[in-house]
Design a protein around this ligand. Structure first.
Ligand SMILES: Cc1cc2nc3c(=O)[nH]c(=O)nc-3n(C[C@H](O)[C@H](O)[C@H](O)COP(=O)(O)OP(=O)(O)OC[C@H]3O[C@@H](n4cnc5c(N)ncnc54)[C@H](O)[C@@H]3O)c2cc1C
Length: 392
């Protein structure tokens, strides 16, 4: 049986464990957090992410948690309505094969589907790669010998730093916060303010649940992160009316519940070396401004499974140690050393989609944080045209 150590129990890590497990691998998932995360923000799974969810058998459970689409109400700074965009506009943009779920629900669906040895509250303490295996020393004192190490530990990946060095994370001058707030009636609207350099959106999901999203341009993101979400959002959005003051008051009661981070892209010349491969935000974070990060994490994990399955299809059966003792070389070791290395083939197939989304992030920045009032006005015009088309 092949064994993989997977660092990180986010979408990328759990999806990789699920896919490799289906192909007969034994997986050990190492997660720094003491327990599984819940909640998070709303993610749309479309295109290759939806296809991968279907192949992995996740759709029924995801559909049961589908939050559906919302009417968008664009408002002025004081909360007065500027224009209303029917949910059909989002429906047309996303298409039929789409599902909107909390990131926590996506992770929970993956968690329920996967059969793995998951070690919460654990990190990787040391690594050493030999010719036939990688030894991974964990912070719980155990050492796991594996065929493959998968770094799925997100945009701030320690696996990436340890194996590839630093320098591939590019911090952008933006900060994003997202948190859930109780309450909300049944009108299912995303009330959205877009002004120069910032967006605030309060999404009423019905069923007594709402979700808040804030993104803003910030020259000194490090200071904002040090100040924490309450002070930083109060400074950036404290002048707004509508539901924003209530949302900020709620955040002040439970700041730890917020997702709050600077926006960074990860651009790497290669996603694997030897027996280590990075998947998801650790390898290619496209940022919230592009969306599609969860989609690429799911599709990337599934396609990695395809590449490894293909490379191992003719491998002789039997325990690896017995085969090595018999003087046979290991099929995976051979494959990793060949021109047709499955990790390189996987990367070549996925990279164009990642590059497309990273380029899209630059357009997304202008959408979420328009540089000037003129850009806000231009954005309003475009949204107005879409709304008009949907009504006609
Ligand atoms: C506000 C917002 C909205 C978004 N909307 C969308 C959307 O609509 N559609 C979409 O497709 N994507 C969206 N995304 C992007 C998407 O959420 C991410 O790209 C995706 O969740 C990345 O998953 P990941 O598993 O690669 O990384 P992460 O989710 O960051 O998971 C990494 C995991 O590794 C763990 N970890 C970290 N360091 C270590 C360590 N040293 N040792 C062990 N464990 C460690 C972490 O605790 C975490 O569990 C959005 C992102 C944001 C912020």
């Amino acid at each position: 049986m092949r064994r993989a150590v997977i660092v990180g129990a986010g979408v990328a890590g759990l999806a990789t464990a699920l896919r490799l497990g289906r192909d007969g691998w034994e997986t050990v998932v190492v997660e720094r957090a003491p327990r599984r995360r819940t909640g998070g923000y709303v993610v749309n799974l479309i295109g290759p992410g939806y296809d991968a969810a279907e192949r992995l058998g996740l759709l029924p459970a995801l559909e049961a948690r589908n939050l559906g689409l919302f009417t968008t109400v664009l408002v002025r700074a004081d909360g007065r309505v500027k224009l209303t965009v029917p949910a059909e506009v989002a429906a047309a943009a996303l298409g039929d094969r789409a599902v909107s779920v909390f990131r926590g629900d996506l992770e929970s669906v993956l968690f329920d589907a996967v059969d793995t040895d998951i070690r919460f509250g654990t990190t990787v303490a040391a690594l050493s790669e030999g010719p036939d295996a990688v030894d991974v020393v964990l912070s719980d004192g155990t050492t796991v010998t594996a065929d493959l190490l998968v770094g799925a530990d997100g945009v701030h990946s320690a696996t990436r730093s340890a194996v590839f060095g630093d320098g591939s994370r590019h911090d952008l001058p933006y900060v994003v916060a997202a948190f859930n707030i109780p309450g909300g009636d049944k009108d299912r609207t995303a009330t959205t303010f877009i002004g120069p350099g910032r967006t605030a959106a309060l999404i009423d999901l019905g069923q007594d649940r709402s979700s808040a999203f804030f993104a803003y341009r910030c020259q000194n993101a490090e200071t904002a992160l040090r100040d924490g979400p309450v002070a930083a959002l109060e400074e950036a959005f404290g002048d707004l009316g509508g539901g924003v003051p209530d949302a900020l008051r709620h955040l002040a009661r439970d700041p730890a519940s917020a997702y709050f981070d600077a926006v960074s892209q990860v651009v790497m010349p290669q996603w694997s070396t030897g027996r280590t491969v990075l998947v998801g935000d650790a390898a290619w974070c496209v940022t919230v401004f592009a969306g599609h990060g969860a989609t690429l994490a799911l599709a990337g994990a599934d396609q990695l499974g395809d590449a490894l399955k293909d490379a191992l299809k003719d491998a002789p059966k039997g325990a690896l140690n017995d085969r090595l003792k018999d003087g046979l070389t290991d099929t995976l070791t051979d494959a990793l050393n060949e021109d047709s290395n499955p990790l390189k083939r996987w990367e070549a197939g996925l990279r164009p989609a990642v590059m497309k989304r990273q380029a899209q992030a630059r357009r997304g920045m202008r959408q979420y944080a328009p540089p000037t009032r003129f850009h806000v006005w231009l954005g309003d015009l475009a949204i107005r045209a879409l709304a008009k088309k949907a009504r006609s």
